[in-house]
Write a protein that binds this ligand. Structure first.
Ligand SMILES: Cc1ncc(COP(=O)(O)O)c(C=O)c1O
Length: 401
């Protein structure tokens, strides 16, 4: 008998990033010196002031159920953050707190999508967007970008992707996996298209807001085009900026009807996010922000190191991304050539598997993010590891013939 899993589950595929990390762990368990650049999580610890706030919450007995979609104190901290950092005014009733950024998106989709609805997703995309849309019975529609356009969606491509069935456009800036981030002018050009399609809502995933480099200035679409405010869900979280991936707190602000609908989904599924993590997130948002520029500087140095070393590898072209902690180089120059094992590199997946076998470096192939032939490296690891990994990639590419 086949396992009686649901039809909804049959529509989704397991995460390619997690699969690659599992392969790397298996090689490590065999005693091989494997470097995994596949995991998207900061290697820094959560700052002490945030940990202390969590300990205080435990000591003070803040350990019970809370309001389903977040404690008022955290909602106020989130409203304060949006006002201070993004010039956006929200009330408590417009804010949702979920157990991570991932559930924010899922709750929004679950609350709004019906079979036949379409979700426009630019490629390369973060792996979960299409699968979440599919789980909710909707159809992902991919809008391609290119390395020449810095992996950013062009307005005319967006206009073509929209149909009468489109419910959402998902924007993610800075992007996982490409690191690309939109300038205010670029967002304005996309907003101009959206103004012609009032039935389309925008979900902007700003999870990497605090990780942009050089003189790049972060902006978000509801900020640059106030006429989209009523139909934009501005999503963010503490996972990446505050090294709090395990605490599971994500949040979003948007129209009241949507926030209420998302709260209904949570009321019958997860209930509230962890009470202790919520108090820790209050401190993250209201407390000192001192470590953000320090972490940014470290990440920027790593980005520059990786971009420079990859561009010295034969057949690889690596653009310099504006933010996040990923690079997304092209391997077009290696397709059709032979790996050191003799196997022909016919796809980015073959490239990733051959590299893993011969040099023990784990990265994720571009096919998993919907744009090939590329790969994603997460540089959220030590400079020493990055230097060694890039040297191995150079050696591998140098042996390709
Ligand atoms: C673009 C993007 N959005 C959302 C998330 C989810 O964040 P969280 O760990 O808070 O669920 C991630 C995590 O990798 C991400 O890369």
């Amino acid at each position: 008998m086949t396992n009686p899993t649901s039809q909804a589950l049959a529509r989704v595929k397991p995460s390619a990033t997690m699969a690659m990390s599992a392969k790397a762990r298996a090689l490590k368990a065999e005693g091989r010196d494997c470097i995994a650049l596949s995991q998207g999580e900061p290697d820094f610890d959560t700052p002490d002031n945030i940990k202390e706030a969590a300990c205080r919450a435990i000591a003070e007995g803040k350990t019970k159920y809370t309001d389903v979609d977040g404690i008022p104190e955290l909602k106020d901290a989130i409203c304060g953050k949006f006002k201070r950092e993004n010039g956006l005014e929200y009330k408590r009733s417009q804010v949702n707190v979920s157990p991570g950024g991932k559930p924010v998106i899922f709750n929004a989709f679950m609350a709004t999508l019906n079979p036949g609805d379409e979700v426009v997703i630019p490629t390369p995309y973060w792996v979960s967007y299409p699968d979440m849309a599919l789980l909710c019975g909707a159809t992902p529609v991919f809008a391609e970008t290119s390395i020449e356009d810095g992996f950013k969606l062009r307005p005319e491509v967006l206009a073509k992707a929209i149909t009468p069935h489109t419910k959402w456009l998902v924007l993610n800036s800075p992007s996982n996996p490409s690191g690309a981030a939109y300038t205010a002018d670029e967002l304005r050009a996309l907003a101009a298209v959206l103004l012609d399609f009032p039935h389309v809502m925008v979900l902007t995933d700003d999870m990497y807001e605090h990780l942009t480099y050089g003189d790049f200035e972060f902006t978000t679409i509801a900020q640059v085009e106030p006429r989209l405010y009523e139909r934009t869900l501005t999503m963010n979280g503490v996972s990446k900026a505050y090294s709090m991936t395990g605490w599971r707190i994500g949040y979003a602000a948007g129209p009241e009807w949507l926030i209420k609908a998302m709260s209904n989904v949570m009321g019958q599924t997860t209930s509230n996010p962890c009470s202790i993590s919520q108090w820790a997130a209050v401190e993250a948002l209201n407390g000192t922000q001192d470590f953000i520029p320090k972490n940014k500087k470290l990440f920027q140095d790593r980005r520059d190191l990786v971009v420079s070393m990859l561009n010295q590898a034969q057949g690889i072209k690596c653009p310099t991304p504006e933010g996040a902690f990923y690079v997304y180089p092209s391997i077009a120059g290696l397709i059709g050539k032979k790996a050191p094992s003799g196997k022909v590199i016919d796809s980015d997946e073959t490239f990733a598997l051959e590299l893993l076998q011969s040099e023990c470096v784990a990265l994720v192939h571009g096919g998993a993010f919907g744009l090939s032939p590329c790969f994603r490296i997460s540089y959220a690891t030590s400079n020493q590891c990055l230097e060694e990994a890039c040297a191995r990639i150079q050696r591998f590419c140098g042996a390709v013939s």
